[in-house]
Design a protein around this ligand. Structure first.
Ligand SMILES: Cc1cc2nc3c(=O)[nH]c(=O)nc-3n(C[C@H](O)[C@H](O)[C@H](O)COP(=O)(O)OP(=O)(O)OC[C@H]3O[C@@H](n4cnc5c(N)ncnc54)[C@H](O)[C@@H]3O)c2cc1C
Length: 408
């Protein structure tokens, strides 16, 4: 009977977990004694960091392009229940419910947009999932067909000025004009409004980086309204917490992410985002045959108290560590403590503009066109697996480059 490694989620963490597990099982010459199964909602590794972009082309990578050759089983379905006492996962699939047992589980089901409990939330758009981004794009195509005419048609309201919010506000006008151009129409000007609950935009940055962001938003003519949140949304517009109504047919929520609700099946400490605390080997203290990786994991990073961030630079490497450690755990080999301590952020600020920060203080390192070029290098190349399956397999080894130098 082969040992069963079950991986929930085929995003950055789950994809790299699966490859790393296969690589390590070969290294230990145990590949014939292991079955690796990934449960994912669809057939794709979705490149979530690019879902705000002008075009949605090339933002999904077929999992089976890699999995088939590596004998990784892909089950399309939704994991609904985890029983960590009995090592069982219940999955809803097109053909009904299935119960899967595991010897080792990697939970890498990622994160979702934070739900906000306001009237009309169903009228908001998002760039959290591929379907969400596609729905936004389809809506813009409909508005473009009518030349964005009508009350609020040419006004975009974006709620939340985290990194995703900044990317949406600085790119949405270009996206709308590209859609107009595709219909053979001339570009027009749009009103872009950014609303933020805090008293300043970008207060998570070091001061120089924050100033750069605010200056850029001003230059682009973006209206910033701080100390307000969304209080209600309708087909006609957004009502803010201060009572102001903004006519807009496109209200986009980028209010932040929370961990996948599957984390709730495990006892033990969770952080404010619902992420599971893991030990240095990424295991849950209460269930040593379970690893949490990616956006669902709260991973201690250094002695200063920094912990992992919901970002690809963590998810990819956490995945590589997870598959390795799961296989070593299954075959009684020593686990490898996670040792990624570097941190950068890289934000797209629209045409010919982007910004790279380094360190946990998020100090401005590179901006303008150079910042944009780094951002594009990262999101269009570095976060994709190598085209060649065997090269991707080799890349799954858990080691960390110097992030500040290579700007990954
Ligand atoms: C718009 C946007 C911009 C971003 N920009 C950046 C950026 O610039 N840089 C950066 O580093 N990070 C960025 N991020 C964050 C980054 O995308 C995430 O940190 C990363 O995707 C997390 O990887 P993950 O594998 O943990 O989860 P995900 O990539 O979310 O993958 C989780 C997978 O699990 C599947 N799944 C979920 N629940 C279940 C279930 N119950 N059953 C089966 N399958 C399930 C999902 O369908 C998905 O395929 C951005 C995110 C967004 C949304």
């Amino acid at each position: 009977m082969k040992k069963q490694l079950l991986i929930i989620g085929g995003g950055f963490a789950g994809f790299w977990s699966a490859l790393s597990a296969v690589r390590q099982s070969r290294e230990l010459r145990k590949e014939d004694e292991l079955e690796v199964t990934v449960i994912n909602m669809d057939e794709y590794l979705t490149i979530r960091p690019r879902l705000y972009e002008v075009s949605l082309e090339g933002l999904r990578v077929e999992l089976n392009k890699y999995f088939k050759e590596l004998n990784i089983k892909l089950i399309i379905g939704k994991a609904e229940i985890i029983d960590p006492e009995k090592n069982l996962v219940t999955v809803a699939t097109e053909n009904g419910s299935r119960m899967l047992s595991y010897d080792f589980l990697i939970l890498s089901s990622g994160s979702v947009l934070k739900a906000i409990n306001i009237p009309g939330i169903e009228h908001t758009f998002n760039v959290d999932t591929f379907n969400g981004a596609q729905k936004l794009e389809d809506h813009l195509v409909e508005l473009a067909a009518k030349n964005f005419e009508g009350e609020g048609a040419a006004t975009f309201v974006i709620a939340g000025s985290g990194l995703t919010g900044l990317e949406v506000v600085t790119v949405i006008e270009e996206k709308a004009n590209k859609i107009l151009a595709d219909c053979g129409k001339s570009p027009i000007g749009f009103n872009v409004v950014l609303i933020e609950k805090a008293d300043q935009v970008g207060n998570y940055y070091g001061s120089e980086a924050q100033d750069y962001v605010i200056e850029t938003l001003k230059k682009k003519g973006i209206t910033i309204i701080t100390q307000v949140s969304l209080a209600g949304v309708s087909l006609e517009g957004a009502t803010l917490s201060n009572g102001q109504f903004i006519p807009s047919q496109t209200v986009i929520s980028t209010v932040g992410l929370v961990a996948s609700s599957l984390s709730s099946f495990f006892k033990g400490e969770k952080d404010k985002q619902g992420r599971l605390h893991v030990n240095e080997n990424l295991q849950l203290e209460n269930h040593k045959n379970v690893i949490a990786a990616g956006d669902v994991a709260h991973v201690p990073i250094d002695a200063e108290g920094n912990s992992s961030i919901m970002a690809c630079q963590f998810s990819m490497f956490l995945g590589k560590w997870s598959g390795h450690n799961a296989v070593n755990g299954l075959f009684s080999q020593p686990l490898k403590p996670y040792n990624y301590t570097d941190y950068v952020t890289c934000v797209d600020l629209g045409q010919e503009d982007g910004m790279l920060t380094t360190g946990w203080e998020r100090k401005l390192a590179v901006s303008g066109i150079e910042g944009k070029n780094i951002k594009m290098e990262v999101t269009t190349k570095l976060i994709y697996p190598a085209e060649d399956v065997q090269t991707a397999l080799e890349d799954s080894y858990p080691s960390v480059p110097n992030v500040s130098e290579s700007a990954v």
